[in-house]
Design a protein around this ligand. Structure first.
Ligand code: SF4
Length: 615
């Protein structure tokens, strides 16, 4: 095959064995790659009801058909497993040369099962898989681990992904790092690695990848590379995602002090202009990306020099969400999270909740062991991050994520725990973004901006952001399916303004793979992948109420700014949700029907979770 390696690597950690399974054309075309491969494998290999931190929970890494080729922004990999944070489908995407290396080594995906008796990492060296003791790396931070593994197995052409102490200590939102500054952040995939005693995965690939129409692809990519230097991607190139912070402030959509406010009085001090003039030192790119949106900041102070990659979500979560308007602290907090292996969004939102609990007297100084856990307290923020990673003191509670922590603490704190399905929300105040509130909460992985990115509609004035409408159901469904295609081809969503129609994607897919494919076939595959994720969640116990927004979004109107008074009522949400289910061909309660699953070629899911129509 072209584009695909056509091979899945099975790894059994308990036995320290591996074997290869051939992936046929039918499988590849039906599930595209990346996201599609991962959810198909997760559905097939995950025992229903499996404990996410048990050896039986399969851990899947997958790349797309464009990985290893010249297609811009295609250096992405996905990792999936049942999430220890949500108890539903877990999923995180990141960039890295690791993705290209895996394809060049001759694999589209790796399926890891079991638990190693002792800490281990494995090294995929083209066709050979080596298992190497990692006892000496246990407790070592992510950056140091990646460097040392590279040295140990032989050098510059080895790519490594790794967990830090947070993953080892089973923090439920631990992440996975590659290329120093890139993280597969969400839903606790690092904890799943830690539960398997798996510290790192190293890859050397030397085989390359063949594409079907090299000349046609070169021509198409030349145009894409040129457009990436044009006006659409300018903000990403010049300032990167931190530009969103002051924009969200202007439209009163910047969650502040655990979503008590939607504007932050210190936003200017952490905004892109102020930070850019003082601390940005370099723009860097993910593997194979001509945009280079990642703007590194170097802060030198009495604590030493800290170089970090601070994108918008981290600025929000460790900044306005925690009431911190001191950029050097945010820079240090991001570096700490990255080294310890913690998802910055979940970390910040969980700490923001704890700060509100503390200020309301729900958590006391006794609970925090003397830490003054108030909003804006920079020292407390840094100290608590470290405690979370090592499960010390208050960190033990907060390592559970905001949903579990609030259920443990009770006293009404569940009402301001800002998550959906257990996944802490990113930095978009949803009360004044009514298309987004639907898309962020129907998301199969929990509260997420990247499963439909409906803020494109709300924030660019394409819909009336203050009015709930049935038509948002269709828009969310279409976007979710399109994003399933993106995440299966494994393209960065920041190229969406340039490469965004199913026709364009189908043409590129045909040039790479040689499979004549129409936009409709690709859209059908996207819909199939999304439905399979939903079927997986239903099988694992998803319930209708799991899709409601956090209570605060439906009860506490925004207090100031241009969105003052905005709130999402239950009636508004139900109106949009029912319309969404209709568009999906599901029951009004959000359950996939047998008919829809069969229509998409998901016979096993239809049999196991499909609901007869009219029920
Ligand atoms: S646009 Fe940014 S996040 Fe996307 S691939 Fe390029 S550097 Fe990475």
């Amino acid at each position: 095959m072209f584009g695909y390696a056509g091979r899945l690597l099975h790894v059994d950690l308990a036995q320290r064995r591996s074997k290869v399974e051939v992936l046929g054309e039918g499988f590849c075309r039906k599930y595209i790659g990346g996201n599609g491969f991962a959810i198909r494998l997760l559905y097939d290999h995950s025992p229903p009801g499996v404990d996410p931190l048990s050896p039986a929970n399969p851990l899947i890494f997958a790349v797309g058909p464009f990985a290893g080729t010249m297609v811009p922004t295609s250096g992405k990999y996905i990792v999936q497993a049942k999430s220890p944070l949500t108890n539903l489908m877990g999923e995180a995407i990141s960039s890295g040369f690791w993705a290209h290396a895996l394809k060049w080594a001759g694999y589209d995906a790796v399926l890891v099962k079991g638990r190693a008796e002792k800490p281990v990492y494995f090294f995929i060296d083209d066709d050979t898989v080596h298992f190497i003791d990692a006892g000496h790396l246990w407790g070592v931070d992510t950056i140091e681990t990646m460097n040392r593994v590279k040295e140990e197995v032989g050098g510059w052409d080895v790519e490594v992904l790794a967990i830090g102490p947070a993953g080892e200590n089973l923090v439920r939102y631990a992440n996975i790092s590659t290329d120093r500054h890139r993280q597969a952040g969400r839903t606790g995939m690092g904890a799943v690695m830690g539960s398997k005693n798996l510290k790192a995965v190293a890859v050397r690939g030397t085989k390359g990848v063949k594409v079907s129409d090299l000349e046609g692809l070169m021509e198409a990519c030349r145009e894409l590379y040129e457009e990436c230097q044009g006006p659409y991607a300018e903000t990403y190139r010049v300032t990167g995602t931190p530009a969103s912070l002051l924009f969200h402030q202007t439209v009163a959509a910047l969650p502040t002090r655990n979503w008590q406010d939607a504007v932050f009085e210190e936003a200017e001090k952490i905004g892109d202009k102020y930070v850019g003039e003082r601390w940005v030192v370099k723009a860097i790119a993910c593997a194979g990306c001509p945009i280079a949106c990642d703007h590194l900041t170097l802060v030198k102070d009495e604590g030493g020099e800290v170089l970090a990659s601070v994108e918008f979500e981290s600025l929000y979560a460790l900044g306005s969400e925690c009431g911190v308007g001191d950029y050097p602290t945010i820079n240090r907090a991001v570096d700490l999270c990255d080294r310890l292996g913690l998802d910055t969004i979940s970390t910040g939102v969980t700490i923001g909740w704890a700060m509100e609990c503390y200020e309301k007297g729900i958590l006391t100084k006794e609970d925090t062991e003397g830490i003054e856990l108030t909003f804006g307290n920079s020292e407390a923020l840094l100290e608590v991050i470290r405690k979370i990673a090592y499960q010390e003191g208050i960190g033990r509670l907060l390592s559970q994520g905001v949903k579990r922590a609030s259920e443990i603490v009770g006293k009404g704190s569940e009402r301001f725990a800002m998550h959906n399905k257990g996944l802490e929300y990113p930095g978009y105040d949803l009360r004044g973004l009514k298309a987004s509130v639907l898309g962020f909460n129907t998301s199969t992985r929990g509260g997420c901006h990247l499963r439909s990115s409906m803020y494109d509609y709300d924030l660019k004035g394409r819909v009336d952001r203050f009015t709930a409408k049935e038509e948002y159901g269709r828009l969310v469904k279409e976007r979710e399916d399109l994003w399933s295609i993106f995440d299966s081809l494994m393209l960065c969503k920041f190229i969406r303004g340039i490469l965004n129609t199913p026709d364009q994607l189908a043409r590129l897919y045909t040039l790479v793979t040689g499979f004549e494919t129409t936009a409709e076939e690709l859209q059908r595959a996207g819909e199939r992948i999304y439905n399979l994720e939903k079927a997986y969640n239903v099988r694992e116990g998803w319930k209708r109420e799991d899709d409601y927004p956090a209570p605060r979004i439906m009860t506490d109107p925004i207090r100031s700014g241009v969105a003052k008074g905005a709130v999402v009522t239950k009636e508004e949400f139900d109106l949009m949700y029912k319309a969404y289910c209709r568009e999906r061909g599901w029951t009004p309660e959000g359950l996939p029907t047998k008919r829809k699953l069969l229509e998409l070629g998901l016979e096993d899911a239809a049999r196991e979770v499909g609901v007869p129509e009219g029920v």
